[in-house]
Design a binder for this molecule. Structure first.
Ligand code: KG4
Ligand code: ZN
Length: 354
């Protein structure tokens, strides 16, 4: 019986969790900062690190307490080392180091993207995952298409060339005057909308497994905003304050058509990759994998099984960090107490490098 404590502070959730044997969540605490950042329409890094500092002690204590064990029963402490906001990462990593020093437990630095991957190992542990699998990670900061051939063995097939999928949702949400975060609010608006009302650009028909969402964002902008006196919509930026919306355009129709176009791009390339690499199944993870339209489309267009986490494991959490930490622990990896943070850390086959 291996108990791993996971700690996650890479972005806007302060989270801690205890996971048993890499697959059973014993406790899972997430203190979200969404309300704090909603006022600014996005994550505000300075505020994020301060909020992590305030929350982390109580969140970790609660996770260990809820697990019904003491710190002495833990086998290791896993913490998100990157990628993410440097100030936020430092809060979690420094806390984990202090804890490792005080308890004498090994420290494990986990890649946040690998954490999202391992949320799938917590999803339906009784149905074993057989390699190779193709994994689509879609979150606020990342859009990554990966081939996973074994634990810790990744090949990056492609990713976004500009905005991440969640970022596109958030920018378009802001453009449409919807609250932050855009993803769930666009999904809600889309439920009453017509997904074929607008034909927005989809995936490029090229051989690559890369994505680009900035053209889609611009196309949405052209449909919905009142052109300036010069008739130019291009000079306006979707990531600034919302411009004036046309009153004759249905927000729900735009939301539904945007969601359809974005999902179609993700699904086309993921399904094609899964076929060419003989994957046994398609795995999806990250905040955007909570999207029902995306899930349905992936299931409808793939002849392979499709697996995605329950909603509370799609968005950032520490159970996934503990689960990823478990496999690092089993592989004999340990990090030193002077471990640095890695704000930019692509997930590649050297994820297990020291
Ligand atoms: O994985 P996550 O919690 O944080 C990052 O690591 O970035 O993902 C957050 C992102 C946000 O951009 C949010 O708008 C998006 O996930 N998201 C969704 C949905 N729920 C969250 N996007 C589409 N549909 C949803 N239901
Ligand atoms: Zn994430």
């Amino acid at each position: 019986m291996t108990y791993i404590l996971g700690i996650e502070t890479s972005c806007d959730e302060t989270a801690a969790s205890v996971v048993l044997d890499g697959k059973t969540i014993v406790s899972n605490i997430v203190a979200s900062q969404i309300d704090l950042h909603a006022r600014y329409g996005g994550v505000f890094p300075e505020l994020a690190s301060r909020a992590h500092v305030e929350a982390i002690g109580a969140v970790v204590e609660q996770a260990v307490h809820d697990a019904g064990i003491g710190f002495d029963r833990l086998d290791a402490i896993a913490v998100t080392r990157g990628p993410g906001l440097v100030g936020s990462l430092l809060v979690g990593v420094n806390y984990a180091k202090g804890l490792a020093l005080a308890t004498g437990k090994p420290l494990l630095g986990v890649n946040h993207l690998e954490g999202h991957v391992y949320s799938l190992w917590l999803t339906e542990p009784s149905r074993e995952i057989k390699f190779p699998v193709v994994i689509l990670i879609v979150s606020g900061g990342h859009t990554e298409l990966l081939l996973m051939e074994d634990h810790g063995q990744y090949e990056r097939l492609g990713g976004t060339l500009d905005d991440a999928a969640g970022e596109a949702f958030d920018k378009v949400g802001r453009l449409l005057g919807l609250p932050f975060p855009g993803g769930p609010n666009i999904e809600r608006a889309a439920q009453m909308g017509n997904a074929v009302a607008f034909r927005f650009p989809r995936a490029k028909r090229d051989e690559s497994y890369d994505f680009s969402f900035s053209g889609l964002k611009t196309a949405v902008m052209r449909e919905v905003i009142v052109p300036s006196a010069s008739g130019d919509t291009r000079s306006r930026r979707a990531d600034k304050a919302p411009p004036k919306l046309r009153s004759d355009v249905s927000i729900s129709d735009v939301a539904a058509s945007f969601q359809e176009a974005l999902a179609s791009a993700l699904v086309d390339k993921t399904v094609r990759a899964a076929k060419s690499y003989n994957a046994t199944e398609i795995l999806m993870a990250g905040g955007v994998s909570a999207n029902q339209a995306l899930r349905q489309k992936m299931r409808a267009e793939s002849s392979l099984p499709v697996r995605y986490p329950p909603l509370h494991l799609c968005t950032d959490n520490a159970a996934m960090i503990a689960a990823a930490g478990h496999y690092r622990f089993q592989a004999g990896l340990r990090n030193k107490l002077d471990m640095d943070v890695k704000p930019m850390w692509p997930l590649t086959s050297d994820a297990y490098e020291k």
